[in-house]
Design a protein around this ligand. Structure first.
Ligand code: ATP
Ligand code: MG
Length: 309
């Protein structure tokens, strides 16, 4: 009897200590992991489980931590994109507000009697027209960006020689350069390998760069368009001897809406989208852009595309 009672006591003590062991070894760590999972589910992104035990609970904790890291990374990318979108909308609204306000002010002044004076009337009507042109350019650039980024306008790649495209872009901007008596020279390209490109988009890249060179070069300046091949790349350079870009602005000029001198660029009808379009197109073509500039001396914008064959 005594033996049976003693055996029962030992068995009970054994069961209790086994239960305690299970509790300490498995239940408590699992509880801690589940508390972390609940905190994560409740929105505490920084919560992490203790993944140090070398067992199934440790592996479970490590998996939960990995999921939390991935989720946090995706969430910050989503927040960044949301901020980019908000900034974009704010920039567009701001850019449209100024010319719209001018159109309204000139129209009101005309209506309240300025139309009777022929000189005033012509000047104000011209202002209205210029502001309308500015808004049209802005909307066109925005449509281009939207079409490029949404993939609605995928590039139609074909093997192309750069020279005819460059000559075409230069020819259509010669009259603009002529107005400022700027010499626009296309250097002989020699025998260059072809590139794989969309003709229209390549022309847009060249036009935007030449247009900038004209805008930011004073009268009687010189613009040189040249190209060279090296180590599997074809590089096109648009060099001007204009106002140049300060070193601190150089890394930012390819950003949307970024302008070194806002007033000057606005006077020239610029909205700061041209170079972001250039960068986007060049990168979609597997290429890269670069800039070398010295303030007061001029700028050289380059883009390189992989050479064919
Ligand atoms: N060749 C250049 N010389 C000096 N500054 C330049 C030159 N090209 C660009 N920049 C500077 O970089 C900024 C951004 O150029 P970008 O072409 O993106 O915009 P924009 O010319 O102002 O307007 P948009 O091209 O949209 O009409 C310009 O506002 C100007 O300050
Ligand atoms: Mg431009």
């Amino acid at each position: 009897m005594l033996f049976l009672a003693t055996a029962l006591v030992f068995a009970a003590a054994g069961a209790v200590s086994a239960l305690l062991w299970v509790r300490r070894r498995w239940v408590a760590p699992l509880n801690r992991v589940s508390i972390v999972a609940e905190r994560l589910a409740a929105g505490d992104e920084a919560a992490r489980a203790d993944a140090s035990p070398h067992d199934a609970v440790g592996r479970l904790a490590a998996t939960i931590n990995l999921l939390a890291e991935t989720f946090q990374h995706d969430l910050s990318e989503l927040r960044r994109l949301e901020q980019v979108r908000k900034d974009f909308v704010a920039n567009v609204s701001h850019e449209l507000r100024t010319p719209l306000a001018s159109v309204k002010a000139f129209a009101e002044t005309l209506r309240s009697g300025a139309w009777k004076d022929a000189a005033n009337r012509d000047e104000f009507l011209q202002e209205i027209e210029q502001n309308a042109d500015r808004m049209t350019r802005l909307v066109e650039d925005l449509l281009t960006i939207s079409a490029l980024e949404s993939g609605r306008m995928p590039p139609r790649f074909e093997p192309l020689s750069l020279l005819p495209v460059a000559a075409e872009a230069a020819a259509s901007l010669k009259p603009l350069a002529g107005k400022k008596r700027i010499v626009l020279r296309v250097e002989p390209f020699g025998d260059l390998p072809q590139v794989r490109a969309d003709r229209g988009q390549l022309k847009q890249v060249l036009s935007n760069l030449i247009d900038n060179a004209i805008k930011y070069t004073p009268e009687n300046g010189t613009i040189r368009l040249s190209a060279a091949a090296q180590a599997g790349w074809v590089t096109v350079s648009v060099q001007d001897n204009g106002v140049g870009i300060p070193p601190e602005d150089q890394p930012r000029v390819f950003e949307r809406f970024y302008r070194v001198d806002k007033a000057r660029s606005r006077e020239e009808g610029g909205t700061g989208l041209g170079l972001s379009i250039v960068k986007h197109i060049v990168e979609v073509h597997g290429g890269r852009v670069s800039l070398e500039s010295a303030q007061g001396q001029g700028s050289t914008f380059r883009f390189s595309l992989p050479a064919l064959g």
